[in-house]
Design a protein. Structure first.
Length: 106
């Protein structure tokens, strides 16, 4: 999906659109603060991107959570990348029989 997005919305033509693929953990906000991060795509598995921001107003998490083993670390990292009052949009498969409750400090 990211490869298609990169092809259809190249950053040279759409400089205000950013996209990247990252493994999120509780250390992600610190890593993003450095301004450069690994963001692999097909054909360039070692791609490094210069981030346009270290904090974001909106994050979209699409069909990812069912692959995450450390949901607490993932969510902590995700929340740490949001501006105060930022939003997260989730699109996910669900199986209500396996719902896990996760609490985060406020």
């Amino acid at each position: 999906m990211l490869s298609t997005f990169a092809t259809e919305l190249p950053s040279e033509k759409y400089p205000n659109v950013s996209y990247s693929l990252h493994t999120l953990s509780s250390s992600s906000p610190e890593e993003f603060a450095k301004g450069l991060t690994k963001s692999p795509i097909e054909g360039d598995p070692e791609r490094i991107v210069s981030l346009p921001h270290t904090k974001f107003d909106v994050a979209a998490v699409v069909f990812v959570l069912h692959h995450v083993d450390d949901i607490t670390g993932f969510m902590t990292g995700l929340i740490g990348l949001l501006e105060e009052g930022g939003w997260v949009v989730f699109a996910e498969f669900t199986n209500l029989a396996k719902v896990r409750k996760v609490s985060f400090p406020t």
